[in-house]
Design a protein. Structure first.
Length: 491
């Protein structure tokens, strides 16, 4: 537009000059010298006009090139990001298998999990951008999620499906509905490539499951460099890559699910195998009472965990061990502690096409705090009997399996079953938790881009030590929008 106006102005100027020249030539008393001078000025002006036009053409071509290729600063920033991601990929010695990297879950927990050498699940680094003037890459992730929940009977927890909280005996009425945005989460993921130490990762994430209705809560806050990690994240005893694809925020009753402050070191054993050691925050979950006293938990040493993991192109397997001291003391100063231990075997495997089977099996003594359904019940340990008033680490067994099937590219379903059972002591009352079962089935539709909607049916039941039971069905509708679009699942 600017160049067209310039051309029009120059054209008008030429017309005026020619008109003036004609008028001079038609004058009744023309001056030959004046006419010649005017012609010379006109020739000079035409030369200047040609120079101006050339400059305008060059400027126009330069602007067109800039619009088609982007600004030099933006292009330089993009090139710099590619250089940094190539550097990070070269530094990494361990690569997660494709099946794990492309496994789709509604919770997106795998994206938050620490990785060996800080390499993301997708080596193309989608969503990351370079902070201007630095080598730091940043991704702003998370999602907005809204759930509509309908219970046909009182379910205990109105927003998370926890079979151990189901009222016993089962109530005949009292339907309940709620709408929740508390699962919404936001995270910041910083990656800083350093020549001498590889890369540094800082990850912070929060949701709205604080103490009140929508109070922010810290989920993750950790830093990792040279595979040394310090901060709060998933327990080393947990496997976030084997979680089922569910709408329910809580997850299966049998799942090892705990975010714990810890100090961890990961050792790559080749490109597909890793070994991890961690010291984690201890928190004995003990709460038993007698007519004379109420026991209080004590923590004498941090929990120790060790994990061996092997990645394959079509899945992974993982074996984790947990060793801890579980203790309690009485108001009169008398204390006691027992040794707790457990093993957790997990895995994920691609079956047919995009379909995936995930599973977990757990057994141990005094590890109830680490399981979804028994955490917070105060049954890590209990007095053996009235005749033998000493602590005993309560045995527990837990397992679940889930199968994910793709009906079409954007529509998938998962079915899941979980089981938990503890071996109660004689001292524990009849109303204490003994067993729970958890089932679910869902349909999830990726409508467009990062928008997902789904529906899920859940049914759970709980059994107390005295044999009394309670059960409840639940129906969920959910919508979720991811702040960073995930990669499509590979075939």
């Amino acid at each position: 537009m600017i160049f067209n106006r310039g051309k029009a102005c120059l054209g008008c100027l030429i017309v005026l000059l020619l008109y003036a020249s004609a008028m001079c030539s038609q004058s009744s008393d023309p001056s030959a010298a004046a006419v010649e001078a005017l012609r010379q000025q006109l020739a000079s002006l035409q030369t200047q006009m040609a120079d101006v036009q050339n400059q305008l053409n060059k400027l126009s071509a330069r602007t067109t090139d800039s619009q088609s290729s982007g600004s030099p600063a933006a292009q330089q920033s993009s090139d710099k990001k590619e250089e940094l991601t190539e550097e990070l990929n070269k530094q990494a010695k361990h690569q997660t298998g494709e099946a794990v990297a492309t496994y789709e879950t509604y919770s997106q927990d795998p994206q938050a999990a620490p990785r060996v050498d800080n390499l993301p699940l997708d080596p193309n680094f989608p969503g990351y951008f370079r902070l201007p003037g630095t080598k730091t890459l940043l991704k702003i992730g998370g999602y907005f999620k809204s759930d509509f929940i309908r219970d046909l009977r009182p379910a205990g927890d109105p927003e998370r499906f926890i079979p151990s909280s189901i009222p016993v005996p089962t109530s005949g009425g009292g339907t309940n509905s709620t709408v929740s945005v508390r699962p919404t989460r936001l995270n910041l993921d910083f990656l800083i490539p350093l020549e001498d130490v590889g890369s540094v990762r800082f990850f912070v994430e929060g949701d709205l499951f604080g103490s009140s209705s929508t109070t922010p809560r810290m989920r993750h806050a950790y830093a990792q460099m040279k595979n040394f990690l310090i901060g709060q994240t998933f327990s080393n005893f947990q496997d976030p890559d084997s979680g089922p694809d569910q709408l329910d925020f809580q997850g299966p009753n049998a799942q090892v699910s705990l975010r714990n402050p810890q100090f961890r070191y990961s050792i790559p054993l080749g490109q597909k195998t890793t070994f991890r050691l961690a010291l984690e925050k201890a928190s004995s979950d003990i709460a038993f009472t007698t007519p004379e006293f109420k026991a209080l938990p004590s923590n004498q040493a941090p929990d120790g965990t060790a994990t061996l993991r092997h990645d394959m192109e079509r899945g992974h397997i993982q074996l984790s061990g947990l060793f801890r001291s579980v203790g309690a003391f009485l108001p009169n100063g008398v204390s006691d502690s027992v040794f707790g231990w457990g093993f957790n075997f997990t895995g994920s495997h691609k079956t047919f096409g995009k379909d995936t089977f995930v599973y977990q099996g757990v057994y141990g003594h005094g590890i109830e705090r680490y399981l979804n359904d028994t955490s917070g019940l105060g049954i890590d340990a209990a007095v053996t009997s009235t005749q033998d008033p000493h602590l005993k680490a309560v045995p527990v067994v837990a397992a679940y399996g889930s199968y994910q099937h793709f009906w079409m590219d954007r529509v998938r379903s998962s079915v899941m079953y979980g089981f938990v059972q503890v071996d109660n002591t004689n001292f524990q009352p009849g109303t204490v938790f003994h067993q729970s079962n958890y089932t679910s089935a869902n349909v999830i539709w990726n409508v467009v881009g990062s928008l997902h909607v789904g529906t899920e049916f859940l049914y759970g039941w709980v059994v107390k030590k005295d044999g009394s039971t309670g059960n409840v069905p639940r129906l969920m509708l959910s919508a979720k929008y991811n702040f960073v679009k995930a990669q499509k699942t590979a075939n």
